[in-house]
Ligand binder design. Structure first.
Ligand SMILES: *Cc1c(COP(=O)(O)O)cnc(C)c1O
Length: 457
């Protein structure tokens, strides 16, 4: 099955034709998920001793499976955090797959790692981190946060000369932080204290200080990280990064900024001031697969002092030691900077798009989504039946359909998806079921948002 023959020639053409057509579709069909029983009936058993043949397997995908996946890049997909990969980034994903690159080590993947690191450098510069900063692309924000926090705890233990080796660590985040922070705490068997966020869902330095002041001496000594969010997922608000960073510095603990969704907007000069203080961080993450127009799966993890990340994560094994010679600093092994080993060069589609369009286009595209968010907020303010719950910091809008019950929100959401019109799901805000739009797609227009709003009467 590894030989190149006429059959594979035919399959190549079919796959390329399908993929190119899908990339060009604007908008793609929204589609929707189907039940397991439905899918089994339509697709049948696809894994067989003799194989289906490539064309038949492709047909199962294009006819049955693909339409049972929601197109995250649809311009009226405003649920969760959508994606809007550029055509250049998606096409380059092809190239990455075709190139069989092992991007875990410099020895095997230097060219790919070099390019990934230039893309990481742009992000580090946006955040105001020093020349010596560096990191790695991991699969997503969840893995990025976990890897950063493992490095934070490693650093805390190392600096204690063994005193903290058996002490359970403690980290502090806000109630608005992403679920992956609590997940990291569970995975690391560490404690997590959450600071009450303000009425906008924002972490304030004062509130953080009050929580710190209330800790007893033992607990205070257990704190190894303070985590702030630059763009909360539910409300899109940016924590008081400067305040949180100062407190972390006073305590001498690691300051991590989770910018999985929001830190993309560092490239926009209009909102950059809201991120003041991010330059204090010891590590931050941002997901190019969210608002930086790259395909899944791509999270940039950047450390102020990458040598700490490396000390925390490098795997040692007889067969790996050849990779860890007296390497000059430029010989970067991405495997060493997160909780992983083998890795795809998943930063390359993002790098290629950045290299293709240039950083100015990135700023412009983020600014377009911010402008559409602001105009849509105005539409909501002017609608008698709707109520905007807060002014947006970034590109998330939370609003109420006056008089609706949770069941009515859900029924409206289901109907919009069934009709292939839009994908918007209810969320909760301060205990109340409300609606949420999240804009990351520069092709989404105010008119399209207006059509969704009109269907809410
Ligand atoms: C999306 C998100 C995450 C998790 O990222 P994944 O890539 O889905 O793992 C973490 N933090 C924030 C603030 C997010 O918005």
């Amino acid at each position: 099955m590894h030989e190149h023959d006429a059959e594979i020639e035919e399959l190549t053409e079919a796959i390329v034709a399908y993929s190119v057509e899908r990339v060009r579709l604007d908008p793609p069909p929204l589609d929707r998920s189907r039940s397991y029983a439905d899918l089994l009936a339509a697709a049948g058993q696809t894994i067989t001793p003799d194989g289906l043949g490539g064309l038949r397997a492709l047909e199962v995908f294009t006819e049955v499976l693909a339409p049972a996946t929601i197109s995250v890049d649809h311009t009226k997909f405003l649920a969760f955090v959508p994606a809007a990969p550029t055509e250049a980034s998606v096409l380059f994903d092809f190239v990455v797959g075709a190139s069989s690159i092992y991007a875990g080590s410099w020895m095997e993947g230097s060219g790919a790692v070099f390019a990934e690191n230039q893309a990481l450098r742009w992000l580090a510069d946006l955040a105001g981190l020093p020349e010596t900063a560096g990191g790695v692309f991991v699969s997503g924000g969840t893995g990025g946060n976990l890897s950063a926090l493992i490095a934070a705890r490693f650093d805390w233990r190392r600096r204690s000369d063994g005193r903290n080796d058996r002490v359970r660590g403690l980290m502090i985040a806000s109630t608005g932080s992403h679920s992956s922070i609590a997940s990291a705490a569970r995975a690391m068997d560490a404690d997590l204290i959450t600071v009450p966020a303000d009425e906008r869902g924002r972490l304030h330095g004062d509130a953080l200080q009050a929580v710190v002041d209330a800790l007893d001496t033992d607990d205070l000594a257990r704190v190894f990280a303070i985590i702030a969010t630059a763009g909360t997922t539910n409300a899109g608000v940016i924590d008081d990064l400067d305040g949180a960073g100062r407190i972390a510095e006073q305590l001498g603990v690691w300051f991590h900024v989770d910018g999985a969704y929001g830190a993309a907007a560092l490239c926009s000069s209009t909102v950059r001031p809201k991120f003041a203080g991010i330059e204090r961080c010891d590590s931050f993450i941002v997901d190019p697969h969210k608002w930086l127009f790259a395909p899944f799966d791509c999270c940039a993890l950047v450390y102020r002092q990458p040598e700490i990340g490396r000390a925390a994560h490098t795997q040692h094994a007889e067969y790996l030691d050849v990779l860890h010679g007296d390497e000059p600093v430029h010989e970067w092994n991405p495997s060493d900077y997160a909780h992983h080993l083998s890795r795809r060069a998943r930063g390359l589609p993002f790098w290629f798009s950045l290299a293709t369009y240039g950083t100015n286009e990135y700023a412009t595209s983020v600014d377009i989504t911010l402008a559409v968010t602001a105009s849509t907020a105005e539409l909501i303010r002017r609608s008698d039946h709707l109520e905007l719950l807060m002014e947006p910091d970034l590109s998330v809008l939370l609003f109420r359909r006056i008089g609706w019950t949770p069941a009515e929100y859900q029924a409206w959401s289901d109907a919009a998806l069934l009709a292939g019109e839009a994908f918007v799901v209810p969320t909760t805000w301060r205990g109340e079921t409300v609606l949420r739009f999240c804009f990351v797609n520069p092709l989404t227009t105010v008119e399209q948002a207006g059509q969704i709003i009109a269907s809410l009467v």
